[in-house]
Design a protein around this ligand. Structure first.
Ligand SMILES: Nc1ncnc2c1ncn2[C@@H]1O[C@H](COP(=O)(O)OP(=O)(O)OP(=O)(O)O)[C@@H](O)[C@H]1O
Ligand SMILES: [Mg+2]
Length: 256
């Protein structure tokens, strides 16, 4: 088994009287895709927000490699190799697709350039390298044809891929995707699943995937962690999780 990249231990978090997270623990191994599923209100997004430092858990530990994530500020998360996408697209509508993707590498650049001076004759070496890297990512995700188009007005499925491209520009070790298939049509979901699998395999990325689209999760994941009412009720291969009595119960008991 490969090395543990992300280790989550005994995370507890309450919001007033609501126990959002009730002690879940799991490991995510390098180069693997871990699906994080569970009925509505199970605590998936809350756990996501703890890992990306938007929420502070009441207790527990989260490590990425040797780094104790809970000692970091939110703005340091990208520096240690974590990138995430948001459930609601966080793109700049008036900027081009290329500029949006370039913004994903912003934290890495020494000069900290913001991609507004593109096209000037005096493009610096670092900018040139970033643009080349962005074009490579765009090409990889089949977005080259729309690189110079403003993000606003592009189809939703395309924008989801732009968001993924932007996250990849940060060259993360851990990519966190919050419901990436939400709002996509069937063919787009299958395509996205293939793309995520390919990114993990070719870039050695680890992926934490929160998704309600069960077929997609079961197709791409090496490991699936199931939460219900803040507790982890199952953790294993897609086949193991699918056959788990508590998982079946949790889904049949809910709206699903
Ligand atoms: N900021 C907050 N303030 C108060 N309660 C919250 C907050 N965030 C989450 N909760 C509560 O914590 C619990 C877990 O919510 P969470 O959003 O993590 O669930 P989820 O698994 O992401 O659900 P869904 O599939 O519907 O997105 C819910 O009871 C929710 O109401
Ligand atoms: Mg959620």
């Amino acid at each position: 088994m490969s090395d543990v990249l992300l280790s989550v231990r005994d995370i507890n978090l309450r919001f007033g009287g609501v126990v959002a997270l009730d002690g879940p623990s799991f490991d995510l191994h390098a180069g693997q895709i871990c699906g994080l599923i569970g009925p509505n209100g199970a605590g998936k997004t809350t756990l996501f927000n703890c890992i990306s430092r938007l929420y502070v858990p009441d207790s527990g530990q989260i490590r990425l490699g040797d780094t104790d994530l809970l000692t970091l500020r939110t703005d340091q998360i990208a520096d240690v190799g974590i990138a995430r996408t948001f459930q609601n697209l966080g793109l700049f509508g008036s900027m081009s697709v290329l500029e949006n993707v370039l913004a994903g590498g912003y934290h890495r650049t020494r000069s900290g350039f913001w991609p507004t001076g593109l096209g000037l004759p005096s493009v610096r070496g670092e900018e040139r390298r970033e643009v080349a890297a962005a074009r490579e990512v765009l090409d990889d995700l089949g977005l080259s044809a729309v690189a110079s188009k403003p993000a606003a007005g592009l189809p939703y499925g395309t924008l989801k891929r732009v968001e993924l491209a932007r996250a990849l520009m940060a060259r993360p070790r851990l990519l966190m995707l919050d419901e990436p298939a939400n709002g996509l049509i069937h063919e787009e979901v299958l395509e996205l699943a293939d793309t995520i699998r390919r990114m993990a395999d070719t870039r050695g990325l680890s992926v934490l995937l929160v998704e309600h689209h069960m077929a997609m999760v079961m197709k791409v994941s090496d490991q699936v962690v199931v939460l219900n009412l803040g507790r982890k009720i199952a953790d294993g291969t897609p086949d193991e999780v699918r056959a788990h009595p508590e998982v079946i119960e949790a889904y049949l008991g809910g709206a699903a």
